[in-house]
Ligand binder design. Structure first.
Ligand code: HEM
Length: 401
């Protein structure tokens, strides 16, 4: 593997496992957009696209770029067997059937109805640290809120929520410089099994009960309920997809607004800017920087044939700063009135939790700004996490006041 530092004379090099490149990947992404819009990495044998239009086109083309072998580079390479129900890693018709069931119960209205509970939860976390001169955006809020919210949604008892989050984080983490290893038990939803059994005997008005009872037509045309195994995997997918990503959003909030005090003061003075601020944080530092696809047929990208059997990495974080789409895309600007970013993906797998993530981001920022309008990042103690599917902060300590 190439290890030398990149200079503008070298051919551009990028892989998602190199900690030095992961620290600030944006100069490399910029070079990839300009010099190698269809990039090929021989060390890990993958292609990558970085321009907005190319990423959008690949993610929208689910015939040629399939998800059925996972959307994580190393899992596709390993030819991992995808457990049925893990619909983020399924293709039509099974994906369509499963997604339809979840969309029926995972409605924007249900997400918005959670707002009051989310606000109470944030208030409890933040009131506990008022008066301190230092807080941590992850330890004090970002690490707890998303799991708490998924727990509320599913009706999971409070005492089990932290264990679920820790398990999912451990499954997604990569050792520095190494591809991720698969924790099958975590993916199979072992954590929720006892809870589902209990919920089957104690139905309520939560999403879990609805998932257990809702009927759908499977690809064989049979109208049926989900099996317990399918519900287990669904629930684990929701917890996995919604936890780490939203936690990272809150960490980036601390980092970016800490480093742009004028913009932080502007939004603190005018909370109507909060929605736009969340969109700009999502654009500027997407918690899931890339999603992979298996190339099912020979396909032409940027005038070159990408052969069937390849892996294509769609670098959302690079697309989000494409100067062909965003004016001055490398500048963080909460007043931006630009076109939408791609942080929640595109096409048939577009994030099902985006309404929820946005409510969590908005409410978290409002509640933080009410209590802590000023902060400075404690850069020496902030730790960036190393995972190939998410990028963000394990700790984001800030000095307040
Ligand atoms: C800032 C937070 C979030 C980000 C950046 C994010 C990002 C994404 C992206 C990029 C995808 C598409 C993956 C692909 O195309 O392979 C996705 C899919 C998905 N997300 Fe999110 N997500 C977030 C929060 C959530 C939350 C809170 C939930 C649920 C509680 C959730 C549930 C899902 C599910 C179920 C899918 C799969 C959809 C499908 O395959 O049809 N996400 N997310």
């Amino acid at each position: 593997m190439s290890t030398e530092a990149q200079t503008s004379g070298d051919a551009v090099y990028w892989d998602p496992y190199r900690p030095d490149l992961g620290k600030d990947p944006y100069p490399t992404y910029k070079r990839m957009r300009a010099e190698a819009p269809l990039y090929y990495n021989p060390d890990y044998d993958f292609y990558a696209v970085t321009r907005f239009n190319d990423v959008e086109a690949c993610l929208s083309d689910h015939q040629n770029f399939i998800s059925g072998r996972s959307d994580i580079l190393e899992f596709i390479r390993e030819d991992m067997e995808v457990p049925p129900g893990m619909f983020i890693w399924e293709d039509p018709p099974l994906h369509t059937a499963y997604r339809t069931v979840v969309m029926r119960v995972f409605t924007p209205k249900r997400m918005n109805d959670l707002e009051g509970m989310i606000r109470d939860y944030c208030a409890r976390c933040l009131d506990a640290v008022v008066g301190r001169d230092k807080i941590d955006f992850i330890a004090d809020l970002g690490g707890q809120l998303p799991g708490g919210v998924i727990g509320m949604l599913l009706g999971i008892p409070d005492e089990d929520r932290d264990a679920v989050r820790d398990r999912v984080e451990a499954a997604l983490r990569t050792e520095e410089g190494k591809p991720m290893e698969m924790d099958q038990a975590a993916i199979m939803g072992e954590n929720f099994e006892a809870y589902i059994d209990w919920r089957m005997d104690n139905p309520s008005d939560d999403l879990m009960t609805e998932l257990l009872n809702t009927e759908f037509k499977d690809p064989e045309g049979v109208v049926r309920k989900l099996t317990k195994e399918e519900v287990l995997i669904f629930v684990n997918l929701l917890a996995g997809a919604g936890n780490e990503t939203t936690s990272k959003l809150i960490g980036w909030m601390g980092k970016l607004l800490g480093e742009h005090p004028d913009q932080r003061r502007a939004v603190a003075a005018d909370l109507s800017l909060v929605n736009n601020t969340i969109e700009e944080i999502l654009r500027f530092e997407p918690p899931g920087p890339s999603v992979a696809r298996y190339v099912a047929n020979d396909v032409v990208v940027q005038g070159q044939t990408v052969p069937a059997g390849s892996v294509m990495l769609n670098i959302i974080a690079a697309a989000n700063r494409d100067e062909g789409r965003f004016v001055d895309g490398e500048r963080f600007d909460i007043h931006r009135q630009g076109p939408p970013h791609m942080t929640f993906g595109r096409g048939i797998h577009t994030c099902l939790g985006m309404a929820l993530a946005r409510v969590e981001g908005r409410v978290a920022l409002e509640e933080i700004l009410k209590r802590f309008p000023d902060w400075t990042v404690d850069t020496d103690n902030a730790q960036l996490s190393s995972s190939s599917s998410t990028r963000g902060w394990d700790t984001m300590p800030v000095f307040v006041g």
